[in-house]
Design a protein around this ligand. Structure first.
Ligand SMILES: [Mg+2]
Length: 418
């Protein structure tokens, strides 16, 4: 059976979702003015997470610092991120997609793949049904999407990135040469800035040039595995299946029931550090960054208390996450009750901004990231118990040993407790 895959991508998601909410409340549509989501205008910190089409005309880019964006466009209307809203909007558009597709894979908060293979009887014309899904989302929810149609995920994703907004595009294998090969190599999915530079400095500037290269030459440049993958992508080859996932927002969490009740801040901090370290490193191995950090404690009264904080910029840095976790813990615990369980969660995960943010990172963050990546690579080689933050060594061992089964059952999916 021939495969048929749709990739659905919300146009400037965070901005559209904010705009749709405001329009529903009878306010002006911020999609029509230079506007952006991200950071904090007064403190001029954080990065741009999404921008309107008028803002794009000023050269404002996703991932750039707010200060830089304001220099390009002083009248830029800035909105703070609202992840509760985003999660609601994300759930609503995915649920419309579910009305059409037997198998859906949510790829990020604003993107999903639909496996439409075998739906030919129900929907004889894939382009027509794509328009129906797109219009349905627009009319019912007030924001627009692009839909890419092809025989595999890679090509469907490339297709949804063609002209925006509110469009349906096909990129079938027979259209690759015409529609994909003229594009710059950095537009190919999985090719980031540094990979593109390596390719370009060897004279490989378009996807077509990459596709026609000898795979061995690409492997010399980019390594065996990644080189082969990128070369296959340039030729439109991708066999990965659409994997249905749970509907919950993806995230990472670790919690541990304590062997002995914790009664001091110092003990709690050690456990919080071990938990922060383990969730952050799991998230990093998936190349994710979190916009939301949460802490849960269970007191001797068996009641759970949770606090979470949404960040202006995403992070995957253990020391930053631990810093926030300590503050959240201080808000939750007044020291009067002993603690039986402690948990740390990372949610509102993004896989998109890390490389762009890296460009603008200050040196302290850069150093922290380097430390984390060295630790991660040593663990990959020698096992996860090899290194741990010094002050949490003991706590980390007991988290590891005693609660491994519990943690594994957790498996990276966390229900979004509110
Ligand atoms: Mg999008």
């Amino acid at each position: 059976m021939e495969r048929l895959i749709f990739h659905i991508d919300v146009n400037s998601a965070f901005l559209s979702w904010e705009a749709a909410k405001r329009v529903k409340e009878g306010k002006d549509d911020i999609r029509l003015i230079p506007s952006a989501v991200g950071g904090d205008r007064d403190k001029r910190r954080g990065v741009i997470l999404a921008k309107s089409i008028p803002a794009k005309k000023y050269g404002i880019k996703t991932g750039e610092p707010v200060g830089m964006a304001l220099r390009k466009c002083p009248s830029l209307y800035l909105v703070k991120p609202d992840f509760d809203l985003y999660e609601n909007c994300s759930r609503s558009f995915i649920s419309i997609c579910r009305e059409y597709a037997p198998v859906i894979e949510q790829f990020s908060i604003d993107e999903c793949f639909l496996d439409m293979s075998g739906t030919g009887r129900l929907y004889p014309d894939p382009i027509k049904v794509a328009h129906e899904i797109k219009n349905n989302i627009r009319d019912r929810l007030g924001f627009t999407v692009n839909i890419g149609i092809s025989r595999n995920k890679l090509l469907a994703k490339m297709a949804s990135d063609f002209e925006k907004p509110d469009k349906v595009h096909t990129l079938f294998p027979e259209e690759i040469e015409e529609k994909m090969w003229h594009l710059p190599v950095r537009d190919l999915f999985s090719v980031g800035g540094s990979t593109a530079e390596k390719l370009e400095s060897s004279g490989i500037c378009t996807i077509g040039q990459l596709a026609r290269c000898d795979v061995g030459a690409v492997q010399v440049l980019l390594g065996m595995k990644f080189g082969a993958q990128v070369h296959a992508f340039a030729n439109g080859i991708d066999d990965s299946p659409v994997v249905a996932e749970a509907e919950e927002a993806k995230g990472y969490s670790n919690s541990t029931t304590l062997e002995a009740d914790v009664t001091t801040k110092e003990e709690a901090h050690k456990i919080l550090l071990a938990l922060s370290d383990s969730v952050a490193s799991r998230m990093r191995s998936d190349k994710g960054e979190a916009f939301c950090v949460g802490v849960t404690i269970r007191g001797s009264d068996f009641k759970d208390r949770s606090h979470q904080r949404t960040l202006f910029e995403s992070t995957n840095i253990t020391s930053e996450i631990y810093g926030i976790v300590k503050e959240l813990f201080a808000e939750l615990w007044d020291g009067r009750m002993s603690i039986r369980l402690i948990g740390v969660s990372l949610t509102s995960i993004t896989k998109e901004v890390s490389e762009q943010i890296n460009l603008f990172m200050d040196s302290e963050r850069e150093r922290s990231r380097k430390v984390d990546s060295v630790v991660d690579s040593i663990r990959k080689k020698f096992g996860s118990d090899t290194i741990m933050p010094a002050s949490s060594a003991k706590a980390s061992l007991s988290v590891g040993r005693k609660h491994k089964a519990h943690l594994e059952a957790d498996n990276g999916n966390v229900k979004n407790k509110k």
